[in-house]
Design a protein around this ligand. Structure first.
Ligand code: AMP
Length: 474
């Protein structure tokens, strides 16, 4: 389908933060964003408001690259701040797409930060464009700004509420209209959003680890479908969005995406991953000398595997934390170069030993293939790969950056074939039931990437705007 009015479909992972009623709000937002860096490394942006209006600072790169103390103090003035981090792998990180997206409309100046993907974005956008709307970005989030501006309700609260009811899919949103912040979670609650307090001010943000860095008190999670308004630190609950049949928070947040020191939906992410690892050991035991993790995202699952199996957890691989964004690539084709830049094996732990390697997930299989070669090169006798989640077989339409279906190794090959591709002695994935049961208190979950059960209609797919293969890479 030709869509001259847009040139990419959204496929972003993000982190969001809103601060209200705190002096130099930008400093607090900066720290929160620093703690949320794992949710997006491509670009960062912040908008603050004071009596003079809005102040904006955005740029490509990590939080520490974009913001410096002087810029926060000098430029980002005010007691209200909205911040956004964005991870987008290919091409689509043009400056104009960096959030918060800003616009002026009849009732004030908007700054919008959005985590999650809308599943009816193209449908809404086409209708707005047919009606004469002009979009500045290719991001699905801008649609909400148009819907607010077009709403016929007469209060800002009602306009925001009305606009949100048109959205389908995944959204955890922090939005400022002048010095008032609105925060909302979609009725399914796909992405997290929590409320915290410090010194009379209020904080809404993606994960509790962002509250911890501020020394803020965790108040509660926003409920699925909840919309709140915050003015000078005072929180008011607005009407809830029409409820879904049941919530479906994303289980992949627990598997991989969130930080292990965060609590999501009342569950510690570290505890969830350990439970996955313990269950994995029950389902796929093996005789071995050491359990090692693919650091850092699989550390907790590997500890769980070691606890359950009684095989000692050892540091068999290290992860380099200081990989710069620019480095010199060897001229000859070197297929393991990427993995070597990121991980290095600990020879003393591996040499002559049978190792169980635990990773949190297998997506394309490229990292694991390189890792297996690396472990064998360092002398491992046997490599048994264990994955703390089921095979990823389906694309995500709700905001986790997954490759298209055809690129997912779990969708193309059966487990024994994957074991052959990786070149391992054995391969075992956690079962879907085992995963869901291990974190039953937080469910029911969206497990679409593993099961193909998408909990909402996929409007843009059904209308032919987005391929069933998944949101396209630019
Ligand atoms: P792959 O080489 O594609 O199989 O990548 C698997 C590795 O990527 C695992 O170690 C995961 O920790 C990590 N991973 C899983 N999902 C994502 C994602 N959405 N973005 C970036 N890395 C991911």
């Amino acid at each position: 389908m030709t869509m001259p009015w847009v040139d990419e479909s959204p496929r972003e992972e993000c982190g969001v933060v809103g601060i209200s009623g705190m002096d130099v709000a930008a400093e607090h937002a900066f720290l929160a964003m620093y703690a949320l860096q794992h949710r997006g490394q491509e670009a960062a942006g912040m908008v603050t408001f004071d009596e003079e209006g809005l102040h904006v600072l955005k740029g490509p790169g990590a939080v520490g690259d974009v913001f410096e103390t002087w810029s926060i103090r000098k430029k980002l003035r005010g007691r209200t701040a909205v911040g956004h981090l964005r991870y987008s792998t290919a091409g689509g990180s043009d400056l104009e797409n960096i959030q918060p997206i800003t616009a002026r409309y009849a009732n004030g100046t908007i700054a919008l930060a959005h985590n999650g993907n809308l599943t009816n974005h193209f449908d809404l956008r086409k209708r707005l464009v047919d009606d004469g709307a002009i979009f500045r970005t290719t991001s699905d989030s801008e649609t909400l700004i148009h819907l607010i501006a077009k709403s016929r309700h007469d209060t800002v609260d009602a306009q925001v509420d009305d606009a949100l009811t048109h959205l389908e899919g995944a959204f955890s949103i922090v939005l400022a209209i002048d010095e008032t912040i609105y925060a909302a979670r979609d009725p399914r609650g796909f992405r997290p959003l929590v409320l915290g307090r410090k010194d009379g001010g209020a904080i809404v943000t993606s994960e509790t680890c962002a509250l911890d860095i501020l020394g803020a008190e965790y108040v509660r999670d926003l409920q699925p479908g909840e919309v709140i308004r915050i003015r000078d630190g005072v929180v008011k609950q607005l009407r809830s969005l029409p409820p879904a049949e049941h919530p479906s928070p994303c289980i992949f947040e627990l598997v991989y995406f969130s930080r292990p020191d965060s609590r999501l939906w009342g569950i510690s992410v570290d505890a969830a991953r350990r439970a996955f690892g313990r269950q994995l050991a029950k389902e796929h035991p093996v005789e071995a000398d050491a359990v090692i993790a693919v650091p850092d995202s699989a550390n907790s699952a590997a500890l769980g595997y070691a606890e359950e199996s009684g095989i000692p957890f050892e540091l068999g691989m290290l992860r380099h934390h200081y990989v710069g964004r620019t480095f010199i690539k060897p001229s000859q084709e070197d297929r393991d170069f990427g993995a070597r830049m990121k991980y290095s094996p600990v020879r003393g732990v591996l040499e002559g030993r049978r190792v169980v390697v635990v990773d949190d997930s297998l997506v394309r299989g490229t990292t694991s293939r390189s890792l297996v070669r690396m472990l064998r090169g360092a002398g491992a006798d046997e490599v048994h790969f264990r994955i703390g989640s089921p095979p990823v077989k389906w694309p995500c339409f709700y905001g986790i950056d997954m490759p298209t279906k055809g690129e997912l190794i779990g969708s193309k090959l059966e487990v024994p074939e994957i074991a052959g591709e990786l070149g391992v002695e054995s391969l075992g994935y956690l079962s879907l039931q085992g995963m869901v049961d291990a974190v039953a208190t937080g469910g029911p979950y969206c497990t679409a990437c593993f099961s193909g059960d998408y909990p909402t209609p996929l409007v843009d797919v059904d209308k032919g705007f987005v391929s069933e293969e998944g949101p396209a890479r630019k």
